[in-house]
Structures are given as structure tokens and as C-alpha cells.
Design a protein around this ligand. Structure first.
Ligand SMILES: [Zn+2]
Ligand SMILES: [Zn+2]
Length: 293
């Protein structure tokens, strides 16, 4: 619930000039504007599940995109029902957007790759919650070696540069090797992985899929004192989230989706940090970067 300046779930993920939205809680468009995000660059929105705190901001965002004359298709990924929810509202308001909405239905309890391009894949992470729910794993693809400008000799032909970029050696017209590829290039940039896991009860079945991710977001709705409540509502505690991060050997953990019963988040953070030191709080407007060096 919105409380103490905190908002329902929504995250902007930026990977190599691509912008994705994960979950779309109420007020998402206001938040995007507040943080100066050009939301016309968002072409794919991933909705984990159809509890209101994860999708109620979608209609407002779609409507504003329409008013601002968006033209690009907008892809929406969700468990069954979202197409009906959105099209019903559009039908009765008689404001069909001037851009195309493309609905993609997620499989229940099954991992699947739902997005795949030159730079990355996005796959679903089956979670344990009161209704069908999936997390999302953003995984970059292997990157090419980078040309080392310091070592680059002058006078290389365009074709020779192209073959260097492709990973081949530089050859002369007769096919003789002039320079070996590794002598003129640097190792490829590191591949980065980000996993989003919300909402979910404690579930070790996700461990192998999120093994050694650079950054893990895991919900921590409650503290261990309220574990009974967590069990009843199929949510996690700070201790649960940290244990998952530890067992998955994640590099860093972000916890979020805090219950409105906690005004101060310090104790929740401490609970998690006792198990997994590199834990951070998901605070509105905060940016978390994964270095690719
Ligand atoms: Zn939920
Ligand atoms: Zn929720």
C-alpha cells in the first residue's frame, strides 16, 4: 500500500539503450515524470501478477501515451486476464489508443524466454503467491571483444576493421594474418544479470535460475516477528529474502514491497543484513547500477 511517501511496485530497467518497465503500480506515470524518464522509449512492460499494487498504474500510463500521440507498439506481458481488464476499460471510455497494444500471456508455473534480441533475454521466474505470479530475469548476451584504440595501427581498411569487430584476425589481400585479433582487442565487457522476484513466499526452487546474479530484487514485505502474516499472505520476510540471496550467491540484494505497518525500514534492513551484508533498500527514485567492466 502507498504509505510514508512509498509507492506501489514499479521499476525501470535500462539495458544498453533499451528501457523496460517491470510492474506498473498506481501513480507510475507521475513517478516517471518526476524522475524525468521519457516513457515513450518504453516498448515492453512486464507485469508479475494481477494484484492491484502491481498493475493499477497501467491504464493511466496508456492513456497519457495516447494523449501524447505515441505511435510505437506497446507490448504487455502478464498472466491471463490483463487483456480483458484493459480492453474493457478502453471499450467503455471509447478512447482506443492510436498505437497498438500487444498482449503476451505468461505460462503458469513454467520458465520461458519472453523477450529476446541482440543484447539480452528476459525470462520468467515462477514464484509462489496467492495468484499466478512470475518474476523476471534480465540476462545480457555474450558481448564481442572491444577494439583497443591504443594498440590499433593506422591505415587499416574498413573491411579489416569489420573483421576485427567480428572477432576475426586482420589479414592482407592474400589472406595472410597481419595481426591476431587478441593483440588488438580487449576482453569483452562482463555479462550482467538482474532478477526481479516479487511477490513470493520463501521458495528455494528459484535458486538455480538466479544463481550468481549481479543484482537480485526480492520482496521483503514483513519482518520475522510477523512471519505468520507472511505465510498467510504468501509473502517473504527480510530474513527470507536475505537467505535466498545468500544461497543463490547473488552479488547484491535489494529488498522492497514493504508492508504499510512499518514506518521505519531500518530494522527490516538490519534483519536482512545480518544474513546478507550487501542488502539495500528499494527507495523511490533510487538508481542501482551494475558495472560492466
Ligand atoms: Zn501480490
Ligand atoms: Zn504486491
Amino acid at each position: 500500500m502507498p504509505a510514508y511517501g512509498r509507492h506501489p511496485s514499479a521499476q525501470l530497467i535500462e539495458v544498453q539503450n533499451r528501457s523496460f518497465l517491470v510492474d506498473c503500480g498506481e501513480s507510475v506515470q507521475m513517478q516517471l515524470m518526476r524522475y524525468h524518464v521519457n516513457f515513450h522509449r518504453i516498448n515492453h512492460i512486464f507485469i508479475s501478477h494481477l494484484h492491484g499494487d502491481h498493475f493499477l498504474g497501467l491504464m493511466g500510463l496508456i492513456f497519457t501515451m495516447h494523449m501524447q500521440r505515441r505511435v510505437n507498439d506497446l507490448h504487455l506481458y502478464s498472466h491471463r486476464g490483463l487483456d480483458e481488464i484493459i480492453t474493457t476499460q478502453l471499450r467503455y471510455t471509447r478512447s482506443w489508443p492510436n498505437f497498438k497494444l500487444v498482449f503476451h500471456r505468461l505460462e503458469k508455473d513454467q520458465r520461458e524466454i519472453i523477450f529476446d534480441d541482440d543484447a539480452l533475454t528476459v525470462e520468467t521466474i515462477p514464484l509462489t503467491h496467492k495468484i499466478r505470479c512470475s518474476g523476471f530475469l534480465f540476462k545480457e548476451k555474450t558481448k564481442p571483444r572491444r577494439i583497443d584504440k591504443v594498440k590499433l595501427p593506422e591505415g587499416l581498411l574498413i573491411q579489416q576493421l569489420a573483421s576485427l569487430k567480428k572477432g576475426d584476425d586482420v589479414r592482407d589481400e592474400s589472406g595472410r594474418i597481419l595481426y591476431k585479433n587478441e593483440d588488438l582487442t580487449l576482453p569483452p565487457r562482463k555479462i550482467r544479470q538482474y532478477a526481479y522476484c516479487s511477490d513470493t513466499a520463501y521458495n528455494e526452487r528459484i535458486l538455480d535460475q538466479i544463481h550468481r546474479v549481479n543484482l537480485l530484487y526480492h520482496e521483503a514485505t514483513f519482518m520475522t516477528d510477523d512471519e505468520a502474516k507472511a505465510r498467510e499472505t504468501q509473502h517473504s520476510t527480510g530474513k527470507h529474502a536475505a537467505t535466498i540471496a545468500l544461497k543463490a550467491q547473488a552479488e547484491r540484494l535489494i529488498i522492497g514491497h514493504f508492508s504499510a505497518r512499518y514506518k521505519e525500514l531500518g530494522p527490516l534492513l538490519e534483519e536482512a543484513q545480518k544474513i546478507f551484508t550487501k542488502t539495500l533498500l528499494a527507495i523511490e527514485g533510487e538508481t542501482f547500477s551494475i558495472d560492466d567492466q
